[in-house]
Write a protein that binds this ligand. Structure first.
Ligand SMILES: [Zn+2]
Ligand SMILES: [Zn+2]
Ligand SMILES: [Zn+2]
Length: 138
């Protein structure tokens, strides 16, 4: 995994820093969408808020992570599609489990086409479905 983290940073022309490595490693480990607070919790106090914030911002801009809007605010998840700098192209659904509170990308479920009125142009789509995840249904 360390190699994967290093390669991902390199592919996106990012210098390796401890914070970038740790944040990316945390996303890979958890496999769910994480908020700023989740990351702070996972990383302890090795980094201050601003450093984590900047790292998230850089990852967003570089197409490494994308925003996941849920009812408690913004979370972030790894981009599995081929996103590039300033060009995210996701149309998958996010699912929040109201029982365990985890939010996941459903990469294979796409947001249905939405017809916007004349003059409106979409550049980001977000659809959150809430319910129970397979682990909580059982
Ligand atoms: Zn993306
Ligand atoms: Zn659940
Ligand atoms: Zn997603």
């Amino acid at each position: 995994m360390e190699q994967f983290v290093a390669d991902t940073l390199k592919d996106h022309n990012l210098r390796t820093t401890t914070c970038r490595t740790e944040v990316l490693g945390t996303f890979l480990n958890k496999e769910v969408a994480l908020s700023h607070g989740d990351l702070e919790g996972a990383l302890g106090d090795q980094f201050d808020r601003v450093t984590i914030y900047r790292t998230l911002k850089t990852f967003l801009e570089k197409g490494i992570i994308h925003k996941v809007l849920d009812d408690e605010g913004v979370r972030y998840a790894l981009c599995k599609d081929r996103c590039t700098e300033h060009d995210h192209h996701h149309d998958h659904i996010h699912f929040k489990c109201t029982n365990c509170g985890q939010t996941n990308c459903l990469e294979n479920v796409h947001i249905p086409a939405v017809q916007l009125p004349d003059g409106y142009r979409a550049n980001e789509l977000n659809l959150l479905i809430q319910g129970r995840c397979p682990e909580c249904v059982a």
